[in-house]
Design a protein around this ligand. Sequence first.
Ligand code: ADP
Ligand code: MG
Length: 380
Amino acid sequence: MGFLSRKSKLEPEPAELPVEELDQASEDGAEIKISKGSNNATNDLRQVGSRAPTTEPPRPTATPPAEAPATQALQSEPPAESDASPEPEAPAPEEPEAPEEPARLRPEQLIAPSRQPAPEEEVEQAHGAKVISFANQKGGVAKTTTTLNLAVAFAESGHRVLCIDLDPQGNLTMSQGIDPDKVETSMYDVLVHDVPITEAIANREIDIAVASIDLAGAEIAMSTKIGRERSLDKALKEVRQDYDFVCIDTPPSLGLLTINALTASDKVIVPVQCEYLSMRGLVQLQNTLKMIQENLNPDVEIEGILPTMLDSRTVHAKEAVEILEENFGELVFKSRIRKTVKFAEAPVRGSSVLKYDPDGNAAGYYRDLAKEVLTNGSSS
Ligand code: ADP
Ligand code: MG
């Protein structure tokens, strides 16, 4: 029996099993029931999700994101001794009459005004585009297909959209007719050498910041960089005002590239192939998201889980969707992406399915998803 199994109506309620034990237990061959409303996987994922219908988890808004160790060290350092600052501005340290006046500059006073944190309204305004990552460490679940086609569906409905290809395989780049082997400036240069992201953007059906083959070396090249998890977030600041949506395609791993994507994101869409084995990886993804929320980006949350490549003729696929809904409830999108060969044909022509077959069913699936995301966004 697999790690996810249907809850039988006649069975007694299974004991709760901590998420961390899911992998271990399933590897041990133990049968694990995950049933609606009675499991930690559901509750934990809802905590990191935005579609939970009832109890809104408290948002750790006031908690500043963790800084890179070097920055922390800088901030906790005591202010420098004042022997190097003979300016008459500061009160003389030997004045005993003025105990209220601090004789030394406070650490924040040592920071140039341009680096002082902006007032909250300004931060809100500067936020701009809604950034969505498409993540699942399993390959072949339609991350790239969903990134492109949902992005084009957003654009069709009048939104300004930027796609970012963070997968060294460059499939998203190729699916807009661009050869990753021939691009001059790519996301590698943006992440590793802090080149402005505008230099990596090509204008196609949507704007796309392209990948190149050397992106495969980006994780190692970035590993010694201070603030390496925030490189993409920083790069995006320059263009956030120019777009309504930024859609980030991620590689099939939970390494530094995916961490950069999640750290820069407001939302995560998780495409899941409707098979038991594909759903198993959700627990791992959930743990990574929790780590990101606790250390790097407290605001990121799951927009939704998207059943993809659904072959509704098979009992297996139907059951897999039911299990997904039983376990993740409201987090599962109502939209369904069904299996059709159009999705394999379109990238060969360097286009989305919405352009390749605008009146076909395949285009309709992603237009429906776009509506659902837009509706959800406006109500939250
Ligand atoms: P990932 O980015 O998660 O690795 P892709 O988007 O590249 O997945 O999809 C994997 C393969 O499945 C591609 O060849 C793609 O054309 C195909 N595909 C994606 N969605 C569908 C679908 N709904 N029906 C049939 N094939 C699909
Ligand atoms: Mg892909």
